[in-house]
Write a protein that binds this ligand. Structure first.
Ligand code: SAM
Length: 326
């Protein structure tokens, strides 16, 4: 496959992710009234297997919990928070925050993805009253850069190829962010599609720009070297998706290096298997167990054991911060 086909396959992973989210919503695992407006019509009625629904649920709950706590810690400090979602795809997190109990806590929420993806999302936002009403009044919402960008008072959608030098492609973010406010970077299922060098340059660019507290959350596959991981890797390759970033974190113990190598003061990682086992309340576990039969618990654990959420925080030197408790 040539490079253009390979990029199209990478972008297609967003349609998969949004379809998986919609499936989990329709089964009752997750509450998200916004995702439907972002899924192409042809994908609207495609339920996913129970294993995928459970995985989507655990991933979503895990990341939500971390983002919610980040917003709570900012509030304890008496400041609003900034969020930058890289490879955001059809994510609905901004809309869920702004219509939930933490409404009004965001200073800025920026999303970045390939221009093809941001163009479609910008159009979907314009077309959907549910999505655009959360952004502000119609005159506050403006398309930019030939329809590849969208701007509103808090939410901004921007096109960039994250593999390119950040100093060039991400320069437009600088005028939108306040360097001193706590900033949270989200990399949900995106770094795996980039080389380790490009991921490194991307995270380091934010470290260099932010004088305040910087947080990061990475969700990714890891451990693709073992026999089960190899099968997962092969499945993706068969669909034309290349995973140049899949190799550097072979074990759970090595995941925090994602952040620690950039001078982050704290970093931790949990696999989805461990989150499901230890962090989902009994009531929730019971609630979701009623939706579908899950007879292959062993297989579920094997798959969930290959996905991890890693998070970290970088506090400016000489400062102590509540986010060490994150
Ligand atoms: N973060 C979203 C989520 O978790 O639902 C979408 C995840 S989807 C699996 C991966 C996203 O990363 C796609 O939207 C894709 O276009 C984007 N992406 C991958 N490589 C990228 C790059 N080099 N530049 C910009 N976006 C990229």
């Amino acid at each position: 496959a040539n490079a253009r086909d390979a990029d199209a396959a990478i972008r297609q992973t967003d349609t998969d992710a949004a379809g998986a989210r919609l499936s989990a919503v329709q089964k009752g695992y997750l509450h998200d009234p916004f995702v439907k407006a972002l899924v192409p019509r042809a994908h609207l009625q495609q339920p996913r297997p129970p294993l995928t629904n459970v995985g989507t649920y655990v991933r979503s709950e895990g990341i939500d919990e971390l983002v919610n706590r980040w917003l709570d810690l900012a509030q304890e400090d008496g400041v609003k928070a900034q969020v930058v979602s890289l490879g955001a795809g059809s994510d609905t997190r901004f809309w869920r925050i702004e219509t939930g109990p933490r409404k009004g806590r965001l200073a800025k929420y920026l999303e970045v993805d390939f221009a093809e993806v941001t163009t479609k999302k910008a159009m979907a936002i314009k077309k959907s009253r549910d999505l655009s009403a959360v952004l502000g009044s119609p005159e506050d919402i403006k398309l930019g850069s030939g329809g590849t960008a969208l701007h509103s008072p808090i939410y901004h959608l921007l096109p960039a190829d994250l593999r390119q030098p950040p100093s060039e492609t991400l320069a437009p973010l600088l005028s939108l962010l306040s360097p001193s406010l706590p900033t949270l970077l989200l990399f949900e299922c995106v770094l795996v599609y980039m080389s380790p060098e490009a991921s490194h340059a991307l995270i380091q660019w934010f470290v260099d720009q932010c004088s305040g507290i910087l947080g990061g959350i990475v969700y990714e596959m890891f451990g693709l070297q073992d026999s089960f991981g190899k099968v997962m890797h092969e499945n993706l390759r068969a669909r034309g998706v290349s995973l140049p970033g899949a190799v550097p974190y072979p074990t759970e113990a090595s995941l925090p290096a994602r952040f620690l190598q950039h001078g982050f003061t704290m970093s931790r990682a949990l696999t989805l298997r461990d989150i499901r086992r230890a962090y989902i309340s009994r009531e929730e576990a019971e609630r979701i167990s009623r939706f579908e039969m899950l007879d292959e618990i062993e297989e579920l654990e094997l798959v969930l054991g290959h996905y991890a959420i890693t998070w970290g925080v970088k506090v400016p030197e000489g400062k102590a911060d509540v986010r060490d408790r994150w």
